[in-house]
Ligand binder design. Structure first.
Ligand code: IMP
Length: 175
């Protein structure tokens, strides 16, 4: 096992089952529309790739890049846009797809930023929610799993750019 990688917190089977439920909920609540899923780079790429394949209606996809952590493990509270959308979202039914909500600063920033662009609707879908770490109140529309305050790795989650490709979600081993 690579150094720093602890036990599995959420297995690939649990992830797949829950994402199926999220995908059906997104489809149900956007009936008759083509939702635009906006993935938050880079962590949400793996989640996004699985989520779109569970949504049984046409969807569009775009990405935004934000940086808040540098290469460390905890939020600095300052969020910076590193890559912008490639299209206008005016009048679109937008769903932000995020890997995890920790302090909430990233999603608070993204929601405010996207609201200024006049989408028809703006929903937030997060795979993981670290409820007890929240510093800013963000209302989440679709949540995969609420988790305790562990730093997680795998399934898109990284530490210093590593571990994103692991199929399960692990906790960081405390040393
Ligand atoms: P927030 O702005 O504090 O809510 O942090 C959100 C971002 O922090 C996520 O998009 C992740 O990139 C990163 N993050 C927060 N917790 C973890 C974790 O446990 N593992 C990996 N990245 C995390």
């Amino acid at each position: 096992m690579p150094q720093g990688l602890g036990r599995v917190l959420i297995s690939r089977e649990e992830i797949a089952a829950r994402i199926g439920e999220l995908g059906r909920a997104v489809a149900r609540e956007h009936a008759g529309r083509v939702p635009l899923l906006v993935g938050v780079l880079k962590g949400a790429v793996v989640f996004m790739a699985d989520l779109i394949r569970t949504i049984p209606v046409p969807v569009a996809m775009d990405f935004m890049g934000v940086s808040s952590y540098g290469s460390g493990a905890r939020s600095s509270g300052s969020v910076r846009l590193t890559a912008d959308l490639s299209m206008s979202i005016e009048g679109r039914a937008v769903v932000i797809v995020e890997d995890i909500v920790d302090t909430g600063w990233t999603l608070d920033y993204l929601r405010r930023n996207l609201e200024t662009r006049h989408p028809r609707s703006l929903r937030i879908c997060a795979l993981l929610d670290k409820v007890e770490r929240r510093q800013v109140d963000v209302s989440l529309d679709y949540v995969g799993f609420a988790i305790p305050d562990h730093f997680v790795l795998g399934y898109g989650f990284d530490l210093g750019g590593l571990y994103r490709g692991l199929p399960d979600i692990h906790i960081l081993e405390e040393t």
